[in-house]
Design a protein around this ligand. Structure first.
Ligand code: CO
Length: 502
């Protein structure tokens, strides 16, 4: 006799799990046609996406998909047509493991080399798998992985140029975040703001701002470092993401501890050794931006509410207050050493919920507001509103209104009044991160509305056992086009939109 679950899921677990596979082919300029709808002719630019593309070697599966080698996908749009390219990042680890046809490195999320703890103990080498994010900076495409330096790629061909120290800016192996933020022009020209964390009993955050456009009058080229500062903080820092406002770089230091012993002894991956500190105190770290009104001043440290955050939506300023919008989990979600990630019980994992913290920089008071009870991840605002008050957010959500499930739908949320639109890929589709591409402003014409543009979202199509790229109208999430790719890509991590200038 079987016991019926209290809530029947609106999806087939086999459909969800069928996305976990190796990408077996690299396409070099495959023309895509719309299986349904039409590609908007005004959509001009390239969607770059990164994520794990290799999950198994020699019959052994990674312990967690986050340990999979980075594979870049590029969708180049022009004049109503789309061309697809995909290529693995030629990291040192990927090249060596392709040769050997087995795992030669341990993964941060628990993948072990064959041979048990004895074969893994004291092997503390990091495999830079370049799988987390991909952004355009100057004439380079950067494949990012937060614990070490980026890999530079050719933006057209996706060929790997090699590890990049950004012209000598980074030391060998220096951490460089996978979550840069793009300042749309808070102080003039747009910038890329990012950070690196050196962690330990005392941690250092290095904040860096880069030009993203050439400015011949000032002798500035895209990719040049414009400013940097380093600040030390007591305690172990786990900082995956951050947010910016015109005057602040805003970090949330979760109350989390790192016990490296099981990692050193070959029993667990480094990230599996992170545990919530029940008696710990989370902190907001507000670091003044060198371009802002508080340049040169010390960081502000302010007590933060309980909960665990990977990703922020946005931050902005309202007088003395900084507002930080984030996806909160009740606890740090991790997969233990004995669990197969393909059979995880979603009911046992906390769901992500979108909340806003209003932080008063002068008196340190904080108040919190929850926007929605619906499980979400991968939220973004229109890039021109980054660091500024934004009315709309786009995010991946579960099909159900409450509870934890795989992400199957896209939601547009009006942050001012809670109104929303939902587009669903269910019951057989599963979404990755949606990227909002704003409609370009017409020369001399009126500025487009904040929700004028498109949302581009890769969907795992369980019926086809392959990936679709779905183009939605950003205003009402109506379906514009579905491109059925000749490619099966596991669930991805982050991506970015690079508009064409022409
Ligand atoms: Co992330």
């Amino acid at each position: 006799m079987t016991v019926a679950p209290s809530v029947v899921p609106g999806y087939d677990r086999a459909d969800w799990a069928s996305a976990f596979r190796n990408v077996g082919v690299e396409l070099d300029g495959a023309e895509l046609t719309a299986a349904r709808g039409t590609i908007p002719p005004e959509l001009n630019g390239t969607l770059y996406r990164n994520g794990p593309g290799r999950l198994e070697r020699g019959g052994q599966w990674v312990h967690h998909p986050f340990d999979g080698d980075g594979m870049i996908t590029a969708f180049a749009f022009a004049g109503g047509k789309a061309v697809l390219r995909n290529r693995f990042v030629r990291t040192e680890g990927w090249l060596a493991e392709e040769q050997a046809d087995r795992f030669l490195y341990r993964g941060v999320f628990g993948t072990q080399k064959p041979g048990g703890p004895a074969a893994n103990a004291f092997d503390l080498r990091l495999k830079n798998i370049a799988n987390t994010h991909v952004v355009r900076l100057g004439d380079q495409l950067l494949a990012l992985w937060e614990a070490a330096e980026p890999h530079a790629l050719d933006p057209e061909t996706l060929e790997t140029r090699g590890l990049s120290r950004l012209g000598g800016l980074l030391k060998k192996g220096e951490a460089f975040s996978a979550h840069p933020r793009f300042d749309p022009g808070h102080h003039g020209a747009p910038r890329m703001v990012t950070f690196g964390v050196k962690t330990g009993p005392r941690s250092t955050v290095r904040l860096m701002e880069f030009a993203v456009e050439d400015d011949p009058a000032k002798g500035v080229k895209a990719g040049d470092l414009l400013s940097q500062r380093s600040d030390g903080f007591n305690g172990f820092a786990f900082l995956h993401d951050f947010a910016i406002t015109p005057n602040w770089a805003v970090f949330l230091q979760n109350a989390i501890a790192f016990n490296p012993l099981p990692y050193v002894m070959g029993q667990k991956g480094a990230a599996q050794c992170l545990v919530s500190k029940p008696d710990g105190q989370a902190k907001f770290w507000l670091i003044p931006r060198e371009s802002g009104a508080f340049a040169g001043q010390k960081p502000r440290m302010i007590d933060a509410p309980d909960g665990f955050v990977f990703h922020h939506l946005n931050a902005w300023e309202d007088g003395d207050d900084v507002l930080l919008e984030s996806i909160y989990y009740s606890d740090f979600p991790s997969i233990g050493p004995d669990v197969d990630f393909r059979s995880i019980d979603f009911e046992l994992l906390p769901e992500g919920l979108l909340e806003q913290c209003r932080i008063n920089v002068t008196d340190g008071s904080v108040s919190t507001q929850r926007f929605s009870e619906r499980c979400c991840e991968f939220a973004m605002v229109n890039p021109v509103r980054e660091g500024l008050p934004a009315r709309y957010a786009w995010m991946a959500v579960a099909e159900r209104e409450t509870g934890n499930d795989p992400l199957q739908a896209i939601k547009k949320l009006d942050l001012s009044n809670g109104e929303r639109h939902v587009w669903s890929a269910g019951p057989r589709g599963f979404v990755s991160e949606p990227v909002m591409a704003p409609r370009p402003g017409a020369d001399g014409g009126p500025e487009p509305a904040e929700d004028d543009g498109w949302v581009l979202v890769p969907v795992w199509n369980g019926a086809r056992c392959a990936t679709d790229l779905v183009i939605l109208n950003a205003a009402d999430l109506s379906e514009q086009a579905v491109l059925e790719l000749p490619l099966a890509i596991p669930y991805g991590l982050h991506g970015s939109w690079a508009a064409s200038n022409s």
